[in-house]
Ligand binder design. Structure first.
Ligand SMILES: Cc1cc2nc3c(=O)[nH]c(=O)nc-3n(C[C@H](O)[C@H](O)[C@H](O)COP(=O)(O)OP(=O)(O)OC[C@H]3O[C@@H](n4cnc5c(N)ncnc54)[C@H](O)[C@@H]3O)c2cc1C
Length: 406
């Protein structure tokens, strides 16, 4: 970047906004402020998987080891099973070089670990953005309680209901997928001693249940995905009914081990699953989007957080090269062009995985579904996990430099 004092406001202190803050500070040398509407960071959430492609980003930012220590690395590959617990397919869990394995993270731990890498004054809590507009020299941001400020650029990392996005473009509201997810965490010490320390998925009756270890194996994350005509707002904190969850996976058709696991659950939250079609643009002038605000995706590929991490480092590399009066706007356009195709692939892959797990659409034929799940392991490893966002950004930068010279 031409100056190391470019002032950037990041709206949203989720995992995307915080990773972006670290990347923009360390790689682009920017002066970053994160505005988060919540009064406390990382209060809500269950588990997320930081996959090899996300870990590669964290490694480049120098925060991976600390984050891994707070998480849980499984004993080996995960399993897709039928309702009775018979193996259907092995799940990818590491990259081809076997350098990075999936790590299960308790969301509050990940949020706090990322926040701990930033100077405390960088994060402004209790700041809900209500409006933004371009000015002659930058972007003006306004908050609910009347405070306002002006920055050289704004990054919208404000999630699925992004205010930054709606200030840039008219967008149809997210589409309800027809499924709700019951999710939460379980104290791992309650489980039998021989409970496998891996990710497990049970699939049957048009629904599925998954669990995997978190927090140095002290907790287990679980999610039960069930069809429902009750489209809830995408809340992460709406209490759910444990008895309703148990009833969804009850009876002799379901693995007794799974029923035992569900029988131990004392608290659950539910969440309506929503989806977006891929957007055709993320940036306008000195404002851009990142993470869920740019590419809301269903959770079935476990890539929401990992794509936000890939976005963050790509944005930082492009911003580092920005120069001249239109440098930032140009960097944002280039970042968008480089990231959009990748995230669209994963938005579609997430939908497809959901159809596979729940034997819907083209996967109603279970034999075809099972064959496809087995074949999908290679796609997961080579296309998703092996992706190196830094290498991709550097390659794209070289291409753009050539175009600028020509
Ligand atoms: C509370 C919460 C809990 C979650 N729990 C899980 C989970 O258990 N498992 C899982 O797989 N995924 C979870 N997710 C989703 C996951 O975090 C995202 O898919 C992924 O990390 C991409 O994150 P993001 O930073 O783009 O968006 P998000 O994680 O949605 O973060 C957006 C942030 O922006 C803030 N924000 C929104 N609007 C404004 C505004 N107008 N002004 C200021 N700040 C604003 C939000 O409070 C939030 O902190 C959760 C998300 C949230 C918000």
């Amino acid at each position: 970047m031409s100056t190391n004092t470019t002032k950037i406001a990041i709206i949203g202190g989720g995992m995307g906004g915080l990773t972006a803050a670290i990347a923009l500070t360390r790689i682009a040398g920017a002066d970053v402020t994160v505005f988060e509407q919540a009064r406390k960071l990382g209060d809500v959430g269950a588990g997320v998987t930081v996959a090899p492609n996300g870990q590669r980003v964290l490694d480049r930012l120098g925060v991976l080891e600390k984050i891994k220590r707070a998480g849980a690395i499984p004993d080996g590959h995960g399993v897709y099973q039928d309702a009775l617990g018979n193996l259907v397919a092995e799940a990818a869990w590491e990259d081809s070089a076997k350098q990075y394995q999936n790590v299960g993270m308790y969301r509050p731990d990940l949020v706090n670990a990322l926040a701990g890498e930033l100077a405390p004054e960088t994060i402004r809590l209790g700041h809900r953005l209500t409006a933004l507009q371009h000015t002659d020299t930058g972007v003006r941001v306004e908050f609910e309680h009347g405070e306002h400020g002006e920055f050289d650029a704004v990054v919208g990392a404000d999630g699925i209901h992004s205010v930054v996005r709606s200030s840039l473009m008219q967008l149809p509201t997210p589409v309800y997928s027809g499924f709700i997810a019951y999710r939460g965490v379980l104290d791992a010490s309650l489980l039998p001693d021989d409970w496998p320390m891996i990710s497990q998925v049970w699939m049957g009756e048009g629904k599925h249940f998954m669990c995997y270890p978190l927090k140095q194996r002290k907790l287990f994350n679980y999610v039960g995905f069930v069809p429902s005509d009750r489209p809830l707002k995408e809340s992460w904190s709406a209490p759910g009914d444990v008895a309703e969850l148990a009833a969804e996976f009850a009876g002799e058709n379901w693995d007794p081990r799974l029923r035992h696991f569900i029988g131990l659950i004392e608290q659950t939250f539910w969440w309506g699953l929503h989806d977006h079609e891929p957007l055709t643009n993320w940036s306008e002038g000195r404002v851009t989007l990142l993470g869920d605000s740019a590419h809301t995706m269903l959770p079935h590929a476990g890539q929401g957080v990992n794509q936000a991490m890939e976005d963050s480092i790509t944005l930082a590399f492009f911003l580092r090269e920005a120069s001249g009066p239109d440098g930032i706007a140009e960097a944002f356009k280039r970042y968008t062009a480089v990231r959009m195709q990748r995230t669209a692939i994963l938005q579609n892959a997430s939908r497809r995985s959901g159809s596979q797990f729940d034997a819907q659409n083209e996967f109603e034929d279970i034999a075809k579904r099972d064959a496809d799940l087995r074949a999908g392991r290679d796609f997961r490893r080579s296309v998703v996990f092996d992706f190196d966002a830094v290498a991709a950004a550097e390659k794209a930068l070289t291409r753009f430099r050539r175009i600028s010279v020509a």
